[in-house]
Design a protein around this ligand. Structure first.
Ligand code: ADP
Length: 218
């Protein structure tokens, strides 16, 4: 059976998620206490409901425990975000993700067992800062506190060398998982793949390993 999603809070973030699920053809219930928001998103959601999420009885009546994945995106309403996330975990929703407004908010959400905390402004700021600070890094995605996936420009130092010659994993610890050449991405490059001018390397690894490769390998 297809996964069932529920999004709480139809602000900029939650609303965009509902639209995206709609585009993907996924079933999604959209919930907000604001009637206008609910009618705005009713054309994208499988069900759109006006409800106050901090009311446990309402959550039970809506059968929320049967959903596979819940997203809580309440903007400034930190108290409601914490309470709703707690209720969802208590009801037994297997995956609860929530958007945090601050580090303090994030800590509380993690303490109550939220499966993943999303901090879009901070994460985007980090990505942009990494990109601007390094002329070799095109993009940066944080996978956990210590691990990332990055896109690095192949500098002239490694042009016409094969992946086997570079031996990135043995020398630096991180792994080249793909090579982007123009619009094409080779997602399983062989050891004899030759790096060309303007190639972009997709690398996954510990932040310290990536930093060493960026500084000394390129
Ligand atoms: P974001 O920055 O996450 O996109 P916004 O501040 O734009 O957030 O919107 C948050 C939405 O969450 C609003 O539409 C608001 O009505 C809704 N909301 C806040 N508290 C509750 C609650 N207790 N129950 C349901 N919806 C809520």
């Amino acid at each position: 059976m297809a996964k069932q999603f529920v999004v709480f809070g139809l602000g900029r973030f939650g609303g965009s998620m509902v639209k995206e699920f709609y585009e993907l053809g996924a079933e999604v219930m959209a919930i907000d206490k604001n009637e206008n928001k609910v009618s705005e998103y009713s054309k994208y959601a499988t069900h759109a409901v006006v409800a106050n999420a901090i009311d446990e009885t309402t959550l039970k009546q809506l059968g929320i425990r049967n959903f596979d994945h819940a997203f809580v995106s309440f903007g400034d309403n930190i108290e409601a975000s914490i309470l709703t996330s707690l209720l969802l975990k208590d009801l037994g929703v297997s995956k609860v993700w929530a958007k945090a407004q601050s580090n303090y908010h994030q800590k509380v959400l993690e303490k109550i067992g939220v499966d993943r905390v999303i901090h879009p402004e901070r994460d985007m700021a980090k990505r942009i800062a990494h990109h601007i600070a390094s002329e070799k890094m095109i993009d940066y995605i944080e996978l956990s506190e210590d691990y990332s996936m990055v896109e690095l420009i192949a500098t002239s130092k490694i042009h016409n060398r094969t992946l086997a010659e570079l031996d990135v994993r043995a020398r630096y610890g991180c792994t080249v998982v793909g090579i982007q050449r123009g619009r094409e991405i080779n997602a399983s490059p062989n050891a004899d793949e030759v790096i060309k001018k303007e190639d972009i390397l997709l690398i996954i690894g510990h932040n310290a390993e990536i930093a060493r490769f960026e500084a000394h390998g390129l």
